[in-house]
Design a binder for this molecule. Structure first.
Ligand code: SF4
Length: 258
């Protein structure tokens, strides 16, 4: 059985060389970015919050910030890298506090009928080739007013997507395939992104036809990855955050020519 995740496929699309370092050579790196720490910490706290809500307890905002602060401290270390030198660790920590306070005030008392947090999904993409896609939904909701299922995803990055990027996003659309397989193809599934730095929610939907096409597209991409023999480097602004920069020959050349 071949197991893929959206981030594995995305990594190949971003830079095949990075994909090779990570998924084929399995090179372990200690270095992590402060942005990934911020994302991880905020996601963990929101998971805690909604698990409490599911158990009919609503934690006070003070408790939420205490847990955030403890989680940050537990995971911060000297290998956490800050690429944007104009900011400090404190700036990133404070950003998370701001995201959580704003989110809490906006969504309290959290009565949108959360079914699960960090819900694992699996889609068998091709039975004959045994290709399975796995992923985790930040939060799954069954909206009792609309009858729709909602896939909620938290974003801690600053940049907002364009309308086109929202309509073409593959990750949550793939998760929608799994939810329809679980609850029925006729069910409506809303894709909802929470852009925490802007305090806004972006919604989108896909038709069953679009999801069918997406499944084919993903299978095509996986077959392309499976048959790849050449893993070129794609230099982009994302290289600054690449954990394999130090061993990447293209990055060395690129930085020497700057
Ligand atoms: S530094 Fe850039 S080109 Fe090199 S592996 Fe990383 S993402 Fe690819």
């Amino acid at each position: 059985m071949k197991i893929y995740s959206y981030s594995k496929i995305n990594s190949f699309e971003q830079c095949p060389k990075k994909f090779k370092y990570k998924y084929i050579n399995k090179i372990k790196v200690l270095e992590k970015s402060v942005e990934s720490l911020l994302g991880f910490t905020v996601h963990s706290v929101l998971e805690y919050l909604y698990n409490e809500v599911k158990s009919k307890r609503i934690p006070e905002i003070g408790k939420i910030i205490t847990i955030y602060s403890e989680t940050w401290k537990e995971n911060y270390n000297e290998n956490i890298k800050i690429v944007k030198k104009e900011f400090t660790e404190r700036d990133y920590f404070n950003k998370g506090v701001e995201f959580l306070v704003n989110y809490y005030l906006k969504n309290h008392p959290f009565k949108d009928n959360t079914l699960e947090t960090e819900k694992k999904i699996e889609i068998l993409l091709d039975e004959s080739a045994n290709i399975k896609l796995i992923g985790f939904i930040d939060r799954l909701v069954h909206n009792l007013e609309t009858g729709e299922y909602e896939i909620h995803d938290y974003k801690t990055a600053n940049n907002l997507p364009t309308k086109e990027q929202v309509e073409n996003d593959k990750q949550l659309a793939l998760y929608a395939i799994a939810i329809k397989e679980l609850f029925g193809k006729e069910k409506e599934v809303a894709l909802i992104w929470h852009y925490l730095a802007h305090g806004i929610k972006i919604n989108s939907k896909r038709t069953n036809e679009q999801l069918g096409e997406l499944k084919k597209e993903i299978l095509f991409l996986i077959n392309k990855i499976e048959s790849a023999t050449n893993f070129p480097t794609y230099i982009s602004k994302l290289c600054d955050w690449c954990e394999y920069k130090n061993i990447c020959p293209a990055w060395k050349e690129n930085s020497n020519s700057l």
